[in-house]
Design a protein around this ligand. Sequence first.
Ligand SMILES: C[S@@+](CC[C@H](N)C(=O)[O-])C[C@H]1O[C@@H](n2cnc3c(N)ncnc32)[C@H](O)[C@@H]1O
Length: 227
Amino acid sequence: MLRRTLDHGLLSEARELKLLDHHLWGLLHFKTSAFDFVGEIASGSALLVGEGNLSFTQSLTRKNRIDPRNLTATTFEPHSELTDETQARAAKLKRLGVNLLHAVNATNLAASLGLRSYNSIIFQFPHTGSREPANGRNPNFVLLYRFLKSAKGHLRPNGKIFVTLVNSSHYTGAFQCEEAAKRAGLQPPEVYAFDPKAFSGYEHRMAHEDAGAIQHHRQFSTWVFRK
Ligand SMILES: C[S@@+](CC[C@H](N)C(=O)[O-])C[C@H]1O[C@@H](n2cnc3c(N)ncnc32)[C@H](O)[C@@H]1O
């Protein structure tokens, strides 16, 4: 069907079909079985990248099962560029024993982390904040693929990478998780429902907007990648 659409010169329709194709892949592989995200994070050392306002990390420290000393939380922005509120949250997390690092690029973790490895590596709602194609590809696909490739080198044996996204054809089409995994040399991902209500105080913010994605969307998925 995609080929026939392309043969007829219907490029925008073909693009739409491709988006739907990725969304259908996610729906077909969606696991309805229970997924214990907190249990996974609690089971060993965890690295969080692109943490933005650090509210997801803070919500994890409120879970009894999680020892804050096993968490390494990182922001892409240098410390000086964080808001006063986020700097205050960072100081609070540090006092709880969380290891905090700033100016960490998820696509080049070795530059900040050297050879350190983790049981879980987590990126909640990755987004470049841009829609400009990079090398002819969606920039968010490029961010995800490069992050997976970099994170793969910092996983302990049986370690897992977790990426949470809005569950819509727009987002799954932009990130193309199954293709990013294949390119990064990882197994096909599994997809589970993500419930933000289970993480009290988590205030997810869109990359360049004030409005939070959680308020604007209803369904979210956590994609789980393994070597
Ligand atoms: C939509 S926000 C999500 C923030 C946070 N994870 C949350 O769930 O609230 C996207 C985040 O991705 C980060 N980001 C973009 N490119 C990145 C990169 N190359 N490495 C690390 N983080 C990056 C941004 O700084 C921003 O904080």
